[in-house]
Design a protein around this ligand. Sequence first.
Ligand code: G3P
Ligand code: MG
Length: 254
Amino acid sequence: MGNGIDQALSADWPYPRLVAHRCGGGLAPENTLAGFDACVRFGYRMVEFDAKLSADNQIFLLHDDDLDRTTNGRGPAALHTWQQLASLDAGAWFDARFRDERLPTLAQAAARCERDAIAANIEIKPCPGREEVTGRLVALAAKDLWRVQKPLLSSFSFDALRAARDVAPSLPRGMLFDALPDDWMRIVRELACVSLHANHRRLTQRNVRMMHDAGLRVLAYTVNDPARARELVKWGVDMICTDRLDMIGADVVG
Ligand code: G3P
Ligand code: MG
């Protein structure tokens, strides 16, 4: 777009264009350390993952409220202690090759980011009713654990991001939306967000321009079609979050 706003935006943005969804996209069990291996293998330099709390407030990586789909456990994750969660298999559901893969803690994810020089988008994914405490504890931990580059925090939960802002204002924040609400600008301003993370299916070129004009970076999720990724980049979308690490690379997004 080439206007003054875009130039000001690009000066202080440390994150790469491509982001591996749930650590390794579709190439490894989601939200596991095996996903980091896939990320490295395909030359990705940033991961997105989902973080929530166990019953005794350990921060760990899991997308769903329940354990059933991606582990050999049953029922709500929020009702299990970390000791119970730590023994679960989080890989066999995906492929027998990943049997014995465990649910990672946030600290383990931070160590992998540092070891492999991978940037992080930590999506705060609270279990129902635990929004504020999850935002607070994730932000406090992330501030200490990421020593090289600040992680980008994001959430669909306003309350979680507000709690994160209150305890760790220096960590950058991105508001996640599925459908863009009419008052999106008020929300991102109130949370002092640096980015807006949008469902690419509902994103238009006009929206992207408005977001940039509001001083925000734009992340589009979950973009698995190379042609669509190319189009979004043409619109100026700053980050493409994808499962297709094997199909969407630097040759596609430039
Ligand atoms: O943060 C982008 C994306 O991960 C949001 O959707 O459901 O995959 O966490 P979901
Ligand atoms: Mg996510």
